[in-house]
Design a protein around this ligand. Sequence first.
Ligand code: SF4
Ligand code: WCC
Ligand code: FE2
Length: 632
Amino acid sequence: MEEKNYSIDPVTEELARKAEKEGVETLWDRKKAMKTPCGFGEQGLCCRICAMGPCRISPTEGKGAQRGICGATADVIVARNLARMIAGGLATHSDHGRDIAHVLHMASRDGNYKITDEKKLLNLAAEWKIQTENRDIYDIAHEVAEVALNEFGKPFGALKLLERAPEQRKQVWEKNQIIPGAIDKEIVTIMHSTHIGCCANAEDLIYKGMKGSLADGWGGSMIGTELSDILFGVPVPRETEANLGVLEEDQVNIIVHGHEPSLSEMIVLAVEDPELLQLAKEVGAKGINLAGMCCTSNEVTMRHGIKIAGNFAQQELAIITGAVEAVIVDVQCIFPALAPLAKCYHTKFITTSPKAKITGATHIEFEEEKALASAKQIVKEAILNFKNRNKEKVFIPQAKSPAMVGYSVEAIKNQLDRVVNSNIDEIGTLKPLADCIVSGVLRGAAGIVGCNNPKIKHDYGHIELMKELIKNDIIIVTTGCAAQAAAKAGLMSKEARKFAGKGLERVCELVDIPPVLHMGSCVDISRILLLVSELAQLLQVDMSALPVVGAAPEWMSEKAVSIGTYVVTSGIDTWLGVVPPVTGSATVVDLLTNKAEDIVGAKFYVEPDPRKAAQQMIERIEEKREALGLSL
Ligand code: SF4
Ligand code: WCC
Ligand code: FE2
């Protein structure tokens, strides 16, 4: 059978061939069927905001329609579309954060959801000036949850967590009037301003997008991460395995896919239930094997070492193994294609969230009030499905890679303490990391995040970029599907230090870490913001001064647009491997890839070739080092 050439991951290639043999389609087939994408859409030049349109602006100046029927220019249409993408991403991450806040609000000593990290709760309570003395920990938790929930709709004031940014950064935001208020308000304002006949100034729309994006990174996402840690525990380093080879032939295989840990944490508990294990034995399985996809996977691997089945582009392939009894999903990044595909195998495709019902799926609503019971019911469905497995259709690729995961900021500090002489120095800080960067042992750091996108060979964008950077002594922190690519490629194993340059290799040895650190899910990019923010404060500079860069080599979602924008707005240059739909406006392109630097101290770069991107990032890092007077 012909090479598919879709992916650098042999497991993915093998299963894509199996799909072809069995006559089922995957995203790559549909990508081919899509033929050439619409040029107007690709450049952001199509507007369907009102029913006088849709209007399409000719990409050639002076030729064809130059304005929409209302008179909107290409600049306005492109900027409006981009702002709406940011609002979409901001809404998605933030609604996740809000859900977690509700879960914290219902947490109780005898309920399903409990407080796992009291210290983190008390720290946050203190930060928010919530009374903690002589109070029950659950009363404190509920008040923290209320304050968090208020961040979504409060009528006055800036978002509280922005306070964590360095002074210099806050001044940049203030000067440009992009300090966000309530999270929901920022979404509403973008939707309002981009309505027909409202804001028609491209620059102003980009500012609104930047402001909104900050309500994601330093708002909804950060609330999601903080409160998840309080509820389910701050991640610590642990071992796991990654790729579809983690599926087990003789066990009930369950995949959790989606985003919110409130569901997956309960599934993790349910699969350990003795009665359910007994049931699994009764149906002829040796046990229950739980594995994850996308960010749900990141959440449960960070906190429990649950195995990583794969990333975004592999969700169909999991079903195509023929060995998965159930794919349990909640929200975001779930292909509707899983519904018809599951029908070609025995897999049960179970949706659980009222926010994401999918035609053709089995919907079993996950009720947080009776979370564990709901989770058990869902797991039971999976077990009972084991008997329907068609052995002839089963093919589990053997390949999987060992990985160390669980590098929260707290865990990183803990690792760094290994090189601290506690008689002289304070422990529990990022100072050793700062020292390594200052001395040049590490040249800098890169945050590599985001999705898969069939416009880029699967995982190639992530892995090539990571390899180039670690070779050049740039330490990598990663989240989302990029992190899973790294885990699969073996870059998160301790042996991976051999791919690192001399300096990074030495640091990995001393601190006992891999060169690529898994920091969690996409909402956990808030962890990266805090890491960079703390480093900047240690070195008494703005975040934009640090030799630190960001990249989303295979991004695809609106969430990624919001993330990229808040990372840039936080002062970190960001490389995109996929061109965003903005090329129809020279003004918008200039704002994002050039003028942004004067405004917020960082800008976007677009480079589909990961090797070239790596060179550009290295150059940029060296420029920043020079500007800071750090050793060359
Ligand atoms: Fe056309 Fe203006 Fe309506 Fe957009 S808002 S569809 S450009 S008339
Ligand atoms: Ni985050 Fe991208 Fe994965 Fe979805 S899970 S596919 S947004 S990186
Ligand atoms: Fe995600």
